[in-house]
Design a protein around this ligand. Structure first.
Ligand code: NAI
Ligand code: MG
Length: 478
């Protein structure tokens, strides 16, 4: 039975939105050196939220200089002194969590239920985790007294704006590096609020610098000769460009790229639980998730039954106002991303797959795509091979575990996978043979700051999170 819900919108009063934002360089908000500006919008309403600077090469240069200057003192602090700042940042994030969650939902389009209960708590948890590491670097597995690299250039995407910032900034600072971070062009606002939090925490000037802008600004950062390390999360396409640019330089690089994860359901799996896991795997965050379970692999004997249950469950998903506490599926982050999802969905139909969408009412304004399932999919279809990065699930079937593993691994990516079965031995055997960095068993899309995350093949290299997440920011000690 589907319940009727009265609207329960979260108030936006807690957010102090400015009409325009400056760059955060050397601990201060400063105007650009002759750069252009653009407007950032709310993707659920298309309303303009604020005017943002597209940082120029000179701005990036200034930010790198300020990070270099700050590195001299920040890297000399004891680990426990750096830890104190990180604990302070973590606590302020908790204190201001509601404000951060509302702003994240306004700028990204994700449901407040997710930004409030998942994104922002994980952001604080990441800072707490790495605050604890700052005085224990001797135990990071890199010998005694491992050394920081210097200035880290960090480029992040729009799907988890503040969480990706936390994944990048927390380990870098704990290890004694300073950073210049560029948020994605469509979602700069929580990064700029984080800059205010750095001021509130009295973080030394220049330890964190935030430069806003699009691909050009990111390019200046990647090409800058005085940057020691690049950390990137985003498309495989840009990951390739970055890998080419830094090849032959002394820059270290970590790349977290796309995915096309298989979520494998065996005939002995707990069905209702698995249906929830599939819904969470692909419709969480509108499917804008690099590790989304975008390929559902169903054992043939249960496929029809499972799909019936899945369609029933999907009919209860509520799509709409991201700030409504009852919303399950929010807005697609941008017109460009919506276009990409539509184009790939059309290719699915053209190539002969069968499309079914949940009967959601689509709002008049903003960017939306109803949760969608494709059946009759074959491995050669584009919707089975390319990352859609939207709420679209491609269903394939298999008869034996060997066939499931072969199909799951038949992808250029290797970021994540899910296994649903009652048998512990099957979980171990299948997990062992899947080429993916993160494998969930009887759950999906679970994140924890203590656990390393990263991919194989075209999903990139390097790990973020946990002890492994320190390695890309340290030189081995003695
Ligand atoms: P993108 O890779 O272009 O953007 C990610 C970040 O890189 C943004 O901050 C962007 O400004 C920056 N960037 C763009 N070009 C750059 C360059 N030449 N040098 C340095 N930085 C650059 O991703 P986009 O265009 O937003 O999305 C395209 C597709 O990429 C999506 O449809 C999705 O399939 C995938 N994607 C994957 C993500 C992941 O988490 N693995 C995140 C975002 C997108
Ligand atoms: Mg792009």
């Amino acid at each position: 039975m589907v319940f009727e819900y009265a609207p329960a919108p979260e108030s936006t009063k807690i957010v102090d939105l400015k009409s325009n934002y400056k760059l955060f360089i050397g601990g201060k908000f400063i105007n650009s050196n002759g750069a252009k500006t653009y407007k950032t919008i709310n993707p659920a309403t298309e309303e303009v939220l604020a005017e943002i600077i597209e940082a120029s090469q000179k701005d990036v240069d200034l930010a790198v200089k300020s990070a270099r200057k700050a590195f001299k003192t920040w890297s000399k602090l004891t680990g426990s002194q750096r830890g104190k700042y990180l604990f302070r940042l973590a606590r302020i994030i908790q204190e201001r969590s509601r404000e951060l969650a509302v702003l994240e939902s306004m700028n990204n389009g994700k449901p407040i239920r997710e930004s409030r209960d998942i994104d922002i708590p994980l952001v604080a948890a990441h800072f707490f985790h790495y605050a604890g590491w700052a005085d224990k670097l001797d135990y990071a597995g890199l010998g005694k007294n491992p050394a920081p690299l210097g200035v880290a250039g960090q480029i992040i995407p729009w799907n988890f704006p503040l969480l990706m910032l936390a994944w990048k900034i927390a380990p870098a600072l704990a290890a004694g590096n300073t950073v210049v971070l560029k948020p994605a062009e469509t979602t700069p606002l929580t990064a700029l609020l984080f800059a205010e939090i750095c001021q509130q925490a009295e973080l030394p000037d220049g330890v964190v610098n935030i430069v806003t802008g699009a691909g050009e600004t990111g390019k200046y950062l990647v090409e800058h000769p005085d940057v020691d390390k690049i950390a990137f999360t985003g498309s495989t396409e840009v990951g390739r460009i970055i890998a080419q640019t830094v090849a032959g330089t002394n820059k270290k690089v970590t790349l977290e790229l796309g995915g096309k994860a298989a979520n494998i359901i065996f005939d002995d799996a707990a069905m209702d639980q698995a249906v929830e896991g599939v819904v969470n795997g692909i419709f969480f965050n509108q499917g804008h998730v690099c590790c989304a379970g975008s390929r559902l692999l169903l054992q043939e004997s249960i496929a029809d039954n499972f799909l019936d249950l899945l369609y029933q469950r999907m009919k209860t998903l509520r799509l709409g106002d991201p700030l409504d506490k009852n919303t399950d599926v929010g807005a697609i982050n941008s017109a460009v991303q919506l276009q990409k999802i539509k184009e790939l969905a059309e290719s699915g139909t053209k190539e002969g797959a069968q499309m079914w969408s949940a009967p959601c009412e689509i709002p008049n304004k903003g960017f939306w795509f109803a949760p969608t399932v494709f059946t009759n999919v074959s491995l050669s279809h584009r919707i089975a091979r390319e990352e859609i990065f939207g709420p679209v699930l491609s269903v394939l079937t298999f008869r034996t575990p060997d066939e499931a593993i072969e199909k799951a691994n038949n992808t250029p990516f290797g970021l994540s996978a899910g296994i649903w079965t009652e048998k512990g031995s099957r979980i171990l055997e299948v997990a062992h043979r899947l080429r993916a960095g993160v494998i969930w068993a009887n759950t999906f899309n679970k994140f924890d700051p203590t656990s390393p995350f990263g991919g194989y093949k075209e999903s990139g290299y390097g790990r973020e999170g946990g002890r492994h997440g320190l390695e890309p920011y340290l030189k081995a000690g003695k």
